[in-house]
Design a protein around this ligand. Sequence first.
Ligand SMILES: *Cc1c(COP(=O)(O)O)cnc(C)c1O
Length: 413
Amino acid sequence: MREKDRAEKRELARRRASELKAAIGDYLEARALIPDGMACWDEIKKRQEKIKKYFHAGDKEWYDWQWQVRSRIESVETLAELLDLPENKVREIKKVAGTYRYAVSPYFLSLISHGDMTDPIFLQAVPRQEELADSEGVEDPMAEEYTSPAQSVIRRYPDRLVIYVTNQCASYCRHCQRRRYIGKADRTTSRENLREALNYVKENEEIRDVLLTGGDAFMLDDELIDWLLTELDKIGHVEIKRLGTRTLSTLPMRVSDNLCRILEKHWPVYVNTQFNHPLEVTPEVEEACKKLTRAGVALGNQAVLLKGINDNAHVMKKLNHCLLQVMIRPYYIFHAKAVKGTAHFRTSVETGIEIMEKLRGFTSGLAVPTYIINAPGGYGKIPMLPKYLLSLGDDKVIIRTWENRVLEYDNHE
Ligand SMILES: *Cc1c(COP(=O)(O)O)cnc(C)c1O
């Protein structure tokens, strides 16, 4: 009897297992067609050789992050030559450049496939005429200027705040949500202003979490990062430090041994970065992430939901899987705000919800970030979730599983 029972259970489990196997079939097919930085590494390396030759540079320069920043591509002639751009695209870039600045690190440029105007890195890095056509967006939809109680501080929450340390980035993303800060010139916040921000933290004992961001916190030199973290460590009520940087994706050579030694000294440090497409996850990124995690740094990703780049559950899933393999935990997916000049990247909220729906349950919880809308007026981040709680009664709740099974559940204490 028990023997028969066991066999029956095993048979049911087998049937369920083949159902589960079938539920991932479409993803496995789609995955094979989505390019990623590991699989494309040989092509990327070839393009890096071409770029190095153009700049008369060798590996010594290439792996020097300051050389990469100094050599950021900001001229349309260089872009045209390195990407084989057609004449109409060159004219288009010239037109946009009058209004919006662009700059691409040689490394980030090497990720772009030539001649493909839909390449996800190309779309993030190279100006498009749509930027000028946006008549709806506003410059500061989050009203950051109204949430700054002290110089270079943005405070939207009870126990944590942002210190804005620079307006510099290794590359200027076309979808940048803080475009208004990206002027013609690079500016690092002065020591005097940083001291004022640190004083604000010191005087407000409820602040236990400080985020250094910009711009890009890793655009500061090592000494300044060390100084800021040292000052924060002196403040007893600051429990954790976070740094916001996109260099893991746009300039992985920024993660030098010296920087890692500094970060290790100031444990616990969290680094939040931004990867938007699997193509950005390369062997160089893996190396940088290994170094950071060995230094005890926890890594998180804040992707932006971008039309034509990652507004698709398969791409997002693959991105998150690639990130987990280099120890970056997907943390947020941001809904693209109505920032002037970025309308062509915006998706509907339904698109984001649908992606979340296709992640939860279908893949590791670790690969499921929180989808966020930033409230207008600077009122903070709001999680957008598919509906799993269908009704909440005193005795019973009605819940929905990731596979869309609707179940009743007792609601007794
Ligand atoms: C995003 C943000 C934070 C951090 O929010 P978490 O949800 O804790 O990651 C803090 N302050 C400001 C102003 C922010 O925009």
